[in-house]
Design a protein around this ligand. Structure first.
Ligand SMILES: Cc1cc2nc3c(=O)[nH]c(=O)nc-3n(C[C@H](O)[C@H](O)[C@H](O)COP(=O)(O)O)c2cc1C
Length: 356
């Protein structure tokens, strides 16, 4: 069995398997477990404040001396908020939550504050992070220039060939081909309100055909068979999220893990109701109520701000009607096991596929 080594050599890892960044799920412990096992762990920081990002990076470094990636959300910050749309959705949430005994603090559209990844670039450089991956867009030219001057390897996310071409032209080093099976938000940036939904089987070879950059397959990959299939289709590495969502190191609570594990194929939907950006996860009362309300859903990250206090309260009380439980379509053996064990099992299964 021969592993593709195009990416492993550059990233200084043993196996071309990447634990996907999953904000709200991944911990430094998960990242370190995969890094120490010879894969690439990804630490998601989205647009968290710089002090928190520094803390997470330092914690991860204390658990592994191996390289790991830090993952950013590179979406635009909205210029303005439609107050009527915001207030209508907020009133709707207050009503349905009150019916279920949840009291949600009022937010004011005019005082919403959004962080930007741009405030994190200097932290990543100061901490000498070797690999930076990103989703929801393309890093701005100044950030690309600064990171490249520090020899950072850049990994962007594409959900269609047109997005991959843009990443390629911007000099991004590696491209994640995120198929529609993927759990979590679509990384799309050309048409966020009607995102491309191309399955991995088509997307991986289509992107591999238009670029010399290594392609990282992501979406629907869950075991040795699908990992070797991704390599056959032209991927140089795989990035897997759903397989790790219920691991011991995941931030998901136990009721949440049970729902992730027990979800059937009809429970897994694509919806913009949780955050304003389309994401794949488990249908629940929150998603259903927003969908059937027929209300206009404010865009990301405005809707995300509206659901933040609801999700926080639901997580505290273990109310899965209102927890956002993202996962992909794959019927991965999602198990409550250690991330190191999950990772090693994936390596073993892939080697058993006898790739040549
Ligand atoms: C719970 C969850 C959270 C996610 N959060 C992020 C994130 O913070 N950044 C990112 O680039 N991708 C994120 N993703 C998408 C993953 O990077 C990846 O594309 C996806 O998990 C691959 O599909 P799979 O779930 O079938 O393995 C998330 C996925 C899940 C399931």
């Amino acid at each position: 069995m021969k592993w593709p080594d195009k990416i492993s050599k550059t990233l200084k890892i043993e196996y071309p398997i990447i634990q996907a960044p999953m904000l709200g799920i991944c911990t430094p412990e998960m990242v370190a477990a995969v890094a120490n096992g010879g894969g690439l762990g990804s630490l998601p920081v989205g647009v968290l404040p710089p002090e928190r990002v520094l803390e997470l990076i330092r914690k991860t470094k204390s658990l592994t001396s191996k390289p790991f990636a830090v993952n950013l959300f590179v979406h635009d910050i909205p210029d303005s908020v439609d107050e009527i749309e915001f207030d209508t959705m907020q009133a709707f949430f207050r009503r349905i939550c009150a019916e279920d005994g949840m009291i949600i603090d009022e937010q004011n559209a005019a005082s919403l504050k959004f962080n930007t990844y741009k405030s994190l670039i200097d932290v990543l450089i100061a901490e000498n992070i070797p690999i930076v991956s990103f989703t929801f867009g393309v890093l701005d030219d100044e950030s690309i220039r600064k990171l490249k001057a520090n020899n950072t390897i850049l990994i962007g996310t594409a959900t269609c060939v047109a997005e991959a071409k843009i990443l390629d032209e911007k000099g991004i080093d590696m491209i994640v081909a995120q198929g529609s099976e993927a759990g979590g938000h679509r990384g799309s940036f050309l048409n966020v309100n009607d995102p491309p939904l191309i399955g991995s089987m088509t997307l991986i070879p289509s992107i591999a055909a238009i670029t010399d950059k290594p392609v990282i397959a992501s979406g629907g990959i869950c075991d040795g068979k699908s990992i070797s299939a991704a390599f056959t289709l032209g991927a140089s590495a795989v990035q897997m999220g759903t397989a790790f969502v219920a691991s011991h190191e995941s931030l998901a609570t136990s009721v949440w893990k049970k729902r992730l594990i027990g979800a059937g194929e009809e429970d897994i939907i694509l919806t913009n109701s949780f955050s304003g950006r389309f994401a794949r996860g488990i249908r629940n009362k929150l998603s259903e109520q927003v969908t059937t309300s027929g209300l206009a859903v404010p865009g990301y990250p405005i809707q995300n701000s509206l659901t933040t206090p609801i999700r926080a309260q639901a997580q505290k009380t273990g109310n899965t009607d209102y927890i956002v439980m993202l996962r992909g379509q794959s019927q991965a053996k999602i198990e409550e096991k250690g991330s190191a064990e999950i990772f090693l099992e994936l390596v073993r299964q892939t080697e058993a596929q006898n790739l040549s």
